[in-house]
Write a protein that binds this ligand. Sequence first.
Ligand SMILES: [Fe+2]
Ligand SMILES: [Fe+2]
Length: 198
Amino acid sequence: MTDLQKAESYIESHLSGNRISHVYSVCDTATKMCRLLGKTEYCKAAYTAALLHDITKEFSNERHLEIIEKNSIQLTEDDFRSPEILHSFTGAAFAKELFPELINDEIYGAIFNHTTGKKDMTFLEKVIFLSDYIEPKRKYDASHELYDYFMNNIGEKNILEKACLICLTNTVEYLEKNGSHVNSRTIFAKEFLEERLG
Ligand SMILES: [Fe+2]
Ligand SMILES: [Fe+2]
């Protein structure tokens, strides 16, 4: 069994059914995105990051805190205000602990930043961030609309950044509408792209 097959088998035996289909749908979307953007050299990294991005999503809050402490993950008070984002940070560390040979810095970053986004994301970070939101198994109209927008405008300049900005704007609006805290990483990501895209 290759390391990647071991990771697939781990995901298939530890995550719930719905989560597994979401994970593989992110794998499909992320690799398709790399191919369509002419960056086939990123397909394997995109697949690996997508496969492992939600590895700790079903962990308890205590388990997240243990991983954060054990790995000395530097988080701020702001990060702890949104418990649902912790799985990104712990997922990166946990995936690296379990599959060190699969997780390089780039893949670590893509998992770490997949929920909040961050200022000046790398290509892989943008691919995973966007794929997680638009994969076709998502049940939100906004996700389907953004998937169609992305696929229909694939040849347009900065399409990946434009789609990420829409995703970030939707996320901020959704959180504000629900009275939820908006993480500063998300605000920085959005402001950075607004400035970049003018
Ligand atoms: Fe996630
Ligand atoms: Fe996800």
